[in-house]
Design a binder for this molecule. Structure first.
Ligand SMILES: [Zn+2]
Length: 68
């Protein structure tokens, strides 16, 4: 029998050992652990980078592709 329980992070979809070394404690969850792994939790709290703006050339290219 496997003693190690794994929990799949909802963000990176990687299985991690289901303990507080990999997931934050979250008592409202049935297993007492957060749905996101510690790495993704840290990532989430970082200041968000602005999404890249579409370049004019890309927009024109898609317009031409659609027209043709
Ligand atoms: Zn993750």
């Amino acid at each position: 029998m496997s003693t190690a329980t794994e929990k799949v992070c909802t963000t990176c979809r990687e299985p991690w050992p289901a303990d507080t070394g990999f997931f934050r404690q979250l008592l409202k969850n049935p297993d007492g652990l957060a749905d996101q792994c510690n790495a993704c939790t840290r990532e989430r709290h970082r200041p968000r980078r602005l999404p890249p703006r579409p370049r004019a050339s890309d927009t024109l290219a898609s317009v031409w592709m659609t027209a043709a």
